[in-house]
Design a protein around this ligand. Structure first.
Ligand code: C5P
Length: 248
């Protein structure tokens, strides 16, 4: 019996660790000092951080390098959209800095240039499909005649053809992306909201548990952790929910 309990505890801690590695906390702060404080407060609870446009001009680039030196993984979410030569050199630089994930837009030439820029490095290129803050009305306004899911899937297939590593997509589309791309793309899902938390500006949301069940490989979570009264407890609760879903 004692052996079974020990085995159970080991299984629990393995699955908690697996969940922890799948959580990416979005450092969306106005002031870099708040981002530094959050990373310190979260300690070993979180190992993967996303630095985005909100922090970039506030010292985000240097902070990303610092995080890497501290042994953290870094997702640079600058959603590159530019001419191919510029994309290639920007991506090459990110690869040299040992960034883990980098986002580019889902346009064939850009995806191809990003793959060239990445070369044989370990940098993972992620294709932005459709922002999780957008719905049917928004993409209609952008000039697309299809629905959100069709556009997400078309971009996911383009990403696969171009040889990128994964896509950013809502967990609501994760299962269909998996199916239609033969499990060949990593799926990174923002727009995650624990039950009963405010959606903020996100429109295509899912709970941590729903996202894991749908097959998301990584969950990007910002405000439910950064704006929580106790961010460390919020991260722990989310990791537990993810672990329970992984163990199902
Ligand atoms: O605070 P919240 O959890 O909504 O943060 C989500 C993060 O994921 C933000 O940093 C946002 O820029 C990013 N993101 C997104 N939708 C995408 C790509 C990135 O919400 N399609």
């Amino acid at each position: 019996m004692a052996g079974a309990a020990a085995l159970r505890r080991r299984f629990d801690s393995d699955v908690i660790e697996e969940a922890r590695e799948k959580l990416i906390v979005a450092l969306d702060y106005w002031d870099i000092k708040d981002a530094i404080k959050l990373v310190k407060d979260l300690g070993d609870e979180v190992s993967f951080y996303k630095v985005g446009l909100g922090l970039q001009l506030a010292g985000g680039d240097s902070f990303a390098k610092e995080l890497i030196q501290q042994g953290k993984r870094v997702f640079l979410d600058y959603k590159y959209l530019d001419i191919e030569e510029t994309i290639k050199s920007a991506v090459k630089r990110a690869a040299e800095l040992k960034i883990d994930f980098l986002t580019v837009h889902g346009v064939a030439g850009i995806l191809k240039a990003a793959v060239e820029g990445r070369g044989s490095s370990s940098l993972k290129i992620l294709c932005v499909t459709v922002l999780t803050s957008m719905d049917a009305e928004d993409i209609k306004e952008m000039g697309f005649q299809c629905n959100v899911e069709e556009l997400v899937l078309a971009r996911a297939k383009k990403a696969l053809d171009a040889g990128v590593d994964g896509v950013i997509a809502s967990a609501r589309e994760a299962a269909e992306i998996r199916k239609q791309t033969n499990n060949k793309l990593m799926i990174v899902s923002p727009g995650i909201r624990p039950q009963n938390s405010a959606p903020d500006d996100q429109k295509r949301v899912a709970t941590p548990s729903e996202a894991i069940h749908a097959g998301a490989d990584y969950l990007v979570i910002g405000r439910p952790i950064t704006q929580a009264a106790d961010p460390k407890q919020a991260a722990k609760d989310i990791i537990s929910e993810m672990a329970a879903a992984l163990a199902d």
